[in-house]
Design a protein around this ligand. Structure first.
Ligand SMILES: [Ca+2]
Ligand SMILES: [Ca+2]
Ligand SMILES: [Ca+2]
Length: 410
């Protein structure tokens, strides 16, 4: 009888320890030095046995037995023989290493290697045998965004914080889009920082931490291939939350003084296929003040193409195809989008890469203010997920008074 009771106690203890070790996450890696940060996302516990790291079939490094992890606690470990250029890296609760159930979490960086990325992917613990997070330059690290098991959930971090939580200060970068014209090129942000470090670029997010991120990156589709333009960094919008939640951000309010036609231009690359069906597609919208800010028109990304839409306070809801898309062929392809609003003609028109524009009629609500508007990304509503790159967001306001003044000057 007593033996049975003891056995049950031990079994309960073992199950609890296993559940707790499952809360360990690799959260930051310096491939150059082999320093690895591990965070406990659960309650305090102490490791009961060695918990092995595995990289390229090397199993010699461990999180030692009797390591105390406080609730949310962070520890760093020095790994021997971690490849500084390309590797996989995982935490295991135990051997055998060929069992995906024993693999807790990890990543692959730099380039596909012979290792456990395929095994992890088969158990939804990585995004594919060939999927790789980008390689951090010297002095930078690779950090986890706190949610998800894909290469998009890892980013190059220009401000390493090995052993402590990542921090940033919102509103530290001056805004650069304002009346009558301006461009935000994201070049003055630090790699890994979110868009909220720019003044008046707020993020509204009710998802779990890390599920909706907008970070400064310099890679495309997990590689470091530069784009064929004068730009070295841009934003990655990574929305992994398909629930009916708030996932949006916007730029500064443009104050046009008098009703004026305007143009927004930006570069976008689709990195994961947009939703195939349903009402809630990712959009870049222009919002005008109508009481609060209200969506009026914009660019919508569907699985079969890029659309111009009129919505909300903009007039009769409508959409029209600008350019068809085929995925995965069109993933990671930069497109320059132009959106022009003409209040004289009452039209909004859009084009991609300077091709023939399409247009839709608009009818701005009488209660709306034509002179006050802003740029917005929306990943909201059921099924709305997506991964995009965004760069060089510019606005040009065609103020009729300025044209008139220039006419007198000549
Ligand atoms: Ca850190
Ligand atoms: Ca840029
Ligand atoms: Ca979403």
């Amino acid at each position: 009888m007593r033996r049975t009771g003891l056995a049950l106690t031990l079994l309960g203890g073992t199950v609890a320890a296993q559940a707790q070790v499952d809360n360990l996450r690799i959260t930051e890696v310096d491939p150059a030095t082999g320093e690895v940060e591990v965070t406990n996302i659960g309650d305090e516990f102490t490791t009961s046995v060695n918990r092995p790291f595995c990289h390229r079939f090397v199993y010699q490094n461990n999180i030692p037995a009797n390591t105390l992890f406080g609730a949310g606690g962070i520890q760093t470990f020095s790994l021997n023989n971690l490849d500084p250029a390309a590797s996989d890296l995982w935490i295991y609760r135990s051997s055998p290493f060929g069992s995906a159930a024993n693999l807790i979490q990890g990543l692959q960086y730099g380039a596909p290697v012979t290792g456990r990325a395929g095994l992890a992917s088969g158990d939804d613990k990585w995004s594919g045998a060939d999927s790789v997070a980008p390689m951090p330059p010297s002095g930078m690290t690779l950090s986890w965004d706190g949610f998800g098991n894909t290469a998009f959930d890892w980013y190059v971090d220009e401000t390493p914080s090995l052993g402590s939580a990542e921090t940033e200060t919102p509103g530290t970068i001056p805004p650069s889009t304002a009346f009558p014209a301006g461009v935000q090129d994201f070049e003055s942000l630090l790699l890994g920082d979110t868009v909220s470090v720019i003044q008046n670029w707020p993020v509204v997010d009710s998802s779990p931490p890390g599920a909706f991120t907008i970070r400064t990156v310099s890679d495309v589709l997990g590689t470091t291939t530069p784009r064929s333009m004068d730009s070295s960094q841009w934003l990655r919008i990574h929305d992994a939350d398909p629930d009916d939640v708030q996932n949006r951000f916007y730029g500064p309010t443009i104050e046009a003084v008098v009703e004026s036609n305007y143009e927004w231009r930006f570069f976008n690359a689709v990195e994961a296929p947009p939703p195939a069906s349903g009402d809630n597609y990712p959009r870049y919208t222009i919002q005008h003040v109508d009481g609060g800010f209200a969506n009026t028109w914009g660019i919508e990304y569907r699985n079969d193409g890029v659309y111009l839409v009129v919505i909300g306070s903009g007039g009769t809801p409508a959409s029209t195809l600008i350019q068809a898309s085929t995925y995965p062929d069109d993933l990671g392809v930069w497109q320059e989008v132009s959106l022009i609003v003409d209040f004289g003609m009452d039209t909004v028109s859009a084009s991609i890469d300077g091709q023939t524009p399409v247009s839709l009629p608009i009818n701005l609500a009488a209660t709306a203010d034509a002179t006050r508007f802003r740029f917005c990304y929306r990943g909201e509503g059921v099924g709305n997920v997506g991964t995009f790159l965004l760069d060089d967001v510019s606005v040009a306001v065609d103020d009729p008074r300025l044209i008139f003044a220039n006419g007198f000057e000549e």
